[in-house]
Design a protein around this ligand. Sequence first.
Ligand SMILES: Nc1ncnc2c1ncn2[C@@H]1O[C@H](COP(=O)(O)OP(=O)(O)OP(=O)(O)O)[C@@H](O)[C@H]1O
Ligand SMILES: [Mg+2]
Length: 344
Amino acid sequence: MEFPLQTDSLTKSFDGDAPAVDDISLSVRPGEFLTLLGPSGGGKTTMLRLLAGFETPTSGRIQIGERIVADDAHFVPPEQRKVGMVFQDYALFPHVDVAGNIGFGLRGARRERDKRVKELLALVGLESFAARMPHELSGGQQQRVALARALAPGPDILLLDEPFSNLDTGLRAQVRTDVRNILMQTETTAIFVTHDQQEALSLSDEIAVIFEGKLVQVATPHAIYNRPVNRQVAQFVGEANFLPAVAQGMTAESRLGEVKLFLPKEGKAQLMIRPEALAVGFGDVGKPATVRWREFYGHYQRLGLTLDDGTELVARTGVDRYFGRGDKVCVSVAMPALAYDVSG
Ligand SMILES: Nc1ncnc2c1ncn2[C@@H]1O[C@H](COP(=O)(O)OP(=O)(O)OP(=O)(O)O)[C@@H](O)[C@H]1O
Ligand SMILES: [Mg+2]
């Protein structure tokens, strides 16, 4: 299969520092929405800038479609890469109206350009805003103009660098759904950068987790959440309890008693148990614990539990049962757990 975008051992170092992007090999499938997820300073923006052609790699290769756009012997400048980019701050031209902003990168006859601008205004639902100036738009509308401008020249790949981070929570959810739908409708291959794991889990076809310039795991949101490759990824993509244990085949002995394992393991291990994998009840199934705190969220509740031996756990349960602070409960593990090496 031909990938719209592929990198091989892509590396970028800035004057002697540890590489900002370190030996990253990644492929994106046609029409895929791939998210680069990782902590601040991890190299996500640098990665996008390399792909767009705003940075030259220190080593490695970038291929877009059939064309090598960067390696030791080639460098294709940004305007010839057929890559669109949407930034965090939208970067609309302040003295140009909406139609002018969207049409900015278009070449060719006036009539053709006007037609394309109309199409994009319709695509992002801003038909009646063509003559507005950027300062007359809401944040969400500005972001849709930025998206339309990036899509106007028909890029092969769209790069989005934290495009929702300037929007407040309510609007953010709306705009990201809008953007996702527009990209699905236009079958655009997109690489999206965020350090927000909820955003990554909810929007992506695939997630590439990047720590300190290194690609740690690439997988579907489901696999990243349920089978993170190590403790660091497990903690970054959601809440997790870690328990020391001794594994033997498909089970492990821990402070929560015998726990089923997802994959076989031998010897000392660190169990990773998501809060929703803990079953909490008033019966006698599992180990006795006390409810230390409780947070109610309507459709679920989070409980802080302390086992009788002092071990602290976080559980997430449905709301059919009421748990109060100080309640004596029993806790057990209801799903197979992952076991990491102790050093992992
Ligand atoms: N032009 C530059 N010169 C020197 N160092 C740079 C340059 N650009 C980025 N860096 C460094 O490269 C590393 C990665 O930065 P980058 O902006 O790619 O991180 P990021 O993952 O996008 O972070 P954030 O989530 O905060 O946006 C950082 O240590 C940063 O200081
Ligand atoms: Mg960044």
